[in-house]
Design a protein around this ligand. Sequence first.
Ligand SMILES: C[S@@+](CC[C@H](N)C(=O)[O-])C[C@H]1O[C@@H](n2cnc3c(N)ncnc32)[C@H](O)[C@@H]1O
Length: 366
Amino acid sequence: MNEKAEASQLPVFFENDELSALEAITEAQKIAFGPVVFQAVRLLRDKGILKALADAKTVGLTDAEAAKIAGISEYGARVLLESGLGAKVCLRREDKYFISKIGLFFLNDRMTKVNLDFVQDICYKAMWHLEEAIDQGKPAGLKELGPWDTIYQGLSILPEPAFSSWFNFDHFYSDQVFTKIMPIILEGRPENVFDIGGNTGKFAIACCDADPEVNVTICDLEVQLNHAEDYLSKKGYSGRIKRHQMNVLDKHLDFPGKADVIMMSQFLDCFSEEEIVHILKSVQSGLGEGGSIFILETYWDRQRFEISAFCLQQTSLYFTAIANGNSKMYHSEQMKKCIDAAGLVIDLEMDQLGISHTLFRCKKKV
Ligand SMILES: C[S@@+](CC[C@H](N)C(=O)[O-])C[C@H]1O[C@@H](n2cnc3c(N)ncnc32)[C@H](O)[C@@H]1O
C-alpha cells in the first residue's frame, strides 16, 4: 500500500485566483445574497414546489399552478420561483417553470438534503452570533438551540428538528467509512477496542458485526451514553458493547483496562489544538503495549473535489459559533503537529475513504 505517495499528489485548493473580473464580481453577488437564496430554495423544496416541477416533467407549471399545489399565494410562488431561476434550481420557458439539474439534486440527493437541513436547523439562526463567537472565543450561537456551554452537553437532548438534522449530518459522513476501514482496524485481531467519542455506537456495532470476538467500549459523555444505550438495545448489542463515562478534557483519564485499538472518529475536530495534544497524550494511558490509535477525520487539504474542501471550510464555522467556540475542520498538517507534540508517530495514512475522510494510524514514539 502506498497511501503516503497518493496523499502527496492530492490538490490543495483555493491557492489560485484565476477568475476574470466578471466571474469574480458574479461570485461575489452570489455570496452577498447567499442567505436570501438559501431560504428561497429551502422553501421551494419544503413547500413541495420542486417536487411538483419534477412531476410536471417537460409540461412544466405556471406560477399560478405552482401556487395552488403549494397552498400559497400566487405572489408567494412567483417570488420564490423567480429567486429559484437566479439560483438555477428551476428554468423558465414562456410562462412555464421546469425543474433543472440543480433542482433535482435538492430533491433527490441525500448529501444535499443533510447539508441543507443541518444549515437550516442547526446553523442558520445561530450564525447571526458568529461575530460575538469570534470576538469572545465562545459558541455564542448555541443559545439558539439550548442552554449549554458546548453542544456536546445537549447533543442527545436537542429539540426537533435540530436533533434529527444533527445526527443525520454526522452519520451521513461517518457511516460510509466504517465498513471500509474495518479490515485495517481489525488487522491485528485486537481483543479490546475503545471508541472515544463513540456517540450512538455505530462504529462499535460495525466492529462487532465484523468480528464476533472483539470487545468494544464506547467512551463518551453521560448524556450521549444514555442515548447510545437506547440505540444499542434496538440493535441487540446492549449486552456486548460496553459504555464508559469519560470527559476527555479531565486531567487524568480512567480507562476500564487497556485497549489494542483506540478509535477517534470525527472526534478531534471537536477540540482546539491545545486540547487535541492533551487528549492524544492522555489516552495513551488506555493503550496496551504495541497498540494503535486511529484518527479518522476530514481535512480540507486532503479532498479530491474543490466543493468538498468548501463544505469543510464552512463547517468549521459551525464549531466556532455553535459547537464549542474553539475547534474546526483542520488542515492535515495542523493535526500532524498535534500528533507529534503528543509523542505519537503516524505509521499509516489512507485518503479518500467514504466521501471525504482520511485515516491516520498512530503508535507511541519509541
Ligand atoms: C462529532 S461526534 C462523533 C461521533 C462518532 N464518533 C462518529 O464518527 O460519528 C463527537 C462525539 O464526541 C463526544 N465528546 C465531545 N466532547 C467530549 C468530551 N469532552 N469527552 C468525551 N466525549 C466528548 C460527543 O459527545 C460526541 O459523541
